[in-house]
Design a binder for this molecule. Structure first.
Ligand SMILES: NC(=O)c1ccc[n+]([C@@H]2O[C@H](COP(=O)([O-])OP(=O)(O)OC[C@H]3O[C@@H](n4cnc5c(N)ncnc54)[C@H](OP(=O)(O)O)[C@@H]3O)[C@@H](O)[C@H]2O)c1
Length: 274
């Protein structure tokens, strides 16, 4: 059996080439500079996986869709699911959308989450794919493309947005990051670490995650409303209003407050003893 990875020359593609190879598949890869074309790969593989940049994904799927048959599985690794899954359904193949919730620097798939959107497939096909991923220790969350993109607008979109706003504010203030080291609290160290981590990666990936998610606008409207409200409460100097803001969010977070405290205490302890 053959698995073909379009974009298999890239970071995530290489990672998943290893997964299929360990599962006993012959793995073929294509990219823009490989001798093997995307269509030649698609014509001969039982599983065809698309792992190209988000903005290229629908274009690449449209290129191969006409030649796929109902006996092939078409899947992708794109960080968004509504548009790629819609495009994959224009083929005759079985369709399963995937989104690994980790980047290419992981050392294995052990305990890593992969979101799976089985859009149009036989039970046995889904079972085969899940078996391959679970054999690597991955945890698979099954959902729909719309539920995935709605969740990602918060899980990735909102968190990346807030991190980027913090980085932009630090820059606008002309804050010398090196000089702040001597005032560094563990929480500042973690937040700055997350900003540095994000800024050292591919801007097009992060740009697409924010700009191409159909549910991003409503999340960012809530975010800017929150910024306005909190700014006004801070400026008012009224402790009661701040306490009320704090309390309603603590109520909403519920048990997660204590859990968050416990988990980040461990993280802080680790950083302190490094
Ligand atoms: N990186 C992450 O943290 C991460 C996490 C989860 C999911 N993803 C998803 O994984 C996918 C790939 O991301 P990546 O980080 O692996 O990106 P990447 O390292 O840039 O790899 C993408 C590959 O796609 C190939 N490519 C571009 N246009 C192509 C085309 N028209 N035809 C064939 N190949 C083409 C490129 O190969 P050539 O240059 O050789 O053409 C490149 O190696 C994206 O959909 C992304 O949303 C990424």
């Amino acid at each position: 059996v053959k698995a073909g990875i379009i974009g298999g020359t890239g970071k995530m593609g290489r990672l998943f080439a290893g997964v299929f190879s360990r599962a006993g598949y012959d793995v073929l890869v294509s990219g823009r500079s490989t001798e093997l074309s995307n269509t030649a790969l698609a014509g001969q593989c039982d599983i065809v996986m698309v792992s190209v940049p988000i903005r290229e994904t629908v274009h690449v799927i449209d290129e191969i869709a006409p030649i796929l048959s109902k006996d092939q599985l078409l899947c992708d690794l794109t960080s968004l699911k509504v548009a790629p899954v819609e495009a994959m359904k224009r083929s005759n193949a079985e369709v399963i959308g995937m989104h690994p919730m980790f980047g290419p620097t992981v050392t294995s798939l052990l305990r890593q989450t992969i979101v799976i959107c089985p859009e149009r497939c036989r039970e046995t096909t889904l079972h085969t794919l899940l078996t391959i991923l679970r054999a690597e220790g991955a945890e698979c969350t099954i959902t729909t493309p719309e539920a995935h993109d709605r969740a990602m607008a918060v899980v990735q979109g909102l968190t990346h947005f807030v991190t980027l706003c913090m980085a932009e504010s630090v820059r606008r203030l002309g804050t010398d990051i090196e000089k702040t080291r001597q005032f560094m609290s563990p929480v500042y160290q973690i937040e700055m670490g997350l900003a540095g981590r994000l800024l050292s990666q591919d801007p097009d990936l992060y740009g697409s995650i924010l700009q191409e998610n159909p549910f991003m606008a409503e999340v960012l409207a809530a975010c800017s409303g929150s910024v306005d409200d909190l700014q006004e409460i801070v400026a008012s100097g009224d402790p009661a209003r701040f306490r009320e803001f704090f309390a309603r969010n603590a109520r909403h977070f519920g048990d997660y407050c204590a859990e968050g405290m416990e988990r980040t205490d461990k993280l802080i302890e680790y950083l302190v003893h490094q």
